[in-house]
Design a protein around this ligand. Structure first.
Ligand code: FES
Length: 103
């Protein structure tokens, strides 16, 4: 299993989960009822309710951003250089120990 920590920036709480490869970060968060990740569009990169931040050092560990994700993120007020959409990040072994921050 791959250990992922979700941290809600509103209150600083940390939620640690074990996730399986083959699902997205959004799917794993929703399955574990992590607050602040909704996944309203079902993961088709159309709603931004799975917006997250990563640590700068982790940006190269995750799948590259596609043009649709980039477009959606550009519409958000709280976008940062480390913003991603969790539905566009497949869980892989290399993500073990990843920290995910929820706006
Ligand atoms: S779940 Fe809708 S954009 Fe990620």
């Amino acid at each position: 299993m791959i250990r992922i920590s979700f941290i809600t920036l509103a209150d600083g709480r940390e939620y640690k989960i074990n996730a399986a490869p083959g699902q997205s970060l959004m799917e794993a968060a929703v399955a574990h009822k992590i607050p602040g990740i909704i996944g309203e569009c079902g993961g088709v990169c159309a709603c931004a309710t799975c917006h997250i931040y990563l640590d700068k050092a982790d940006m190269g560990r995750v799948a590259a951003m596609g043009p649709v994700e980039e477009d959606i993120l550009s519409l958000l007020d709280n976008v940062r250089p480390t913003s991603r959409l969790a539905c566009q990040i497949p869980i892989m072994e290399q993500l073990d120990g990843l920290k995910v921050y929820i706006p």
